[in-house]
Write a protein that binds this ligand. Sequence first.
Ligand SMILES: Cc1ncc(COP(=O)(O)O)c(C=O)c1O
Length: 350
Amino acid sequence: MQRAQPQDFSRVLSSMCTEPHPVARDAAERFLATNPGDPGTYETVATLEREAVATLGEVAGLDDAAGYVASGGTEANIQAVRVARNRASTRDPNFVAPASAHFSFHKAADVLGVEMRVAPLDDFTANLEAVDELIDDDTVLVVGVAGTTEYGRVDPIPRLARMADEVDALTHVDAAWGGFVLPFTHHEWDFSDADIDTMTIDPHKMGQAAVPAGGLLARGPELLDELSIDTPYLESTSQVTLTGTRSGAGVASAAAVLEELWPEGYREQYETSQSNADWLAAELHARGVDHVEPTLPIVAADFAADTVDALREEGWRISRTEAGEARIVMMPHVTRETLRAFLADVDRLR
Ligand SMILES: Cc1ncc(COP(=O)(O)O)c(C=O)c1O
């Protein structure tokens, strides 16, 4: 049988993952056979994880960050809800999140037995009045998204955090995708802008690490302690992660690429991605194609359904928003040349 090869990235337009940076790929290969879940045995990768968390903290405006490199944004979001549930004393906990929140929060609600209350949106971000109405004394967490999956929008994080504070709930920011572009924008989204308790920020998305490398950050170690489970047969005494054995490849690749690219490499990438998004939006406008303006480097284009099907037939890997627009995410592998080739096919097929 022929050796299987993965897809190439030249026509991948809607993924939030990308080709790992060369230093990330190299580190991932070197650390394939390590397990940061057992730091007493795999000491070097455990050190790299501490370095990665410290740098993720810098990216997110947090000194002395607590946290770890998770399997992805899903695990980090589940764990954030778990921290809030475990810290609270109510027997009937709920959390409030905007309708734009990633579906991983529905998994969190299901797995943890915490009610998820979904607030409607106003112009793609959380409607604050609706959030306020949904919050009550049993609310343990308020979620804001900094870079929504479909449209790259940023919720009013400082105001959400103030609402959470009023009922002694925690505030979690999901910056899984946006965390590596937002530092170079004017948005208020990080630990220095608001009283945020936990954050999801994934190196394996815009951070250009190898999969799996998600990120969970917490303002202090006492929040992570809410997750602590004793580990009797290991030399370390406890574990806060959801998974046991974990990928050292993901951890090492995150540490390596953070060291390489933060901050200037990520700034350059943001500038390129944003200018590609703005360029594509202008080209769509010139063609009379409705689209959602890119505040961050994601463009949602309202092509006819059969145009999207025809583009997929041509090998373009595009997915649709719930409302049916094609999502084009300006990941590092999506170059101006890729977009020109894409538009040539759009012009031919629509
Ligand atoms: C905002 C946001 N949060 C969480 C996730 C889930 O991340 P993962 O697929 O790494 O579990 C995604 C995935 O795209 C996302 O866009």
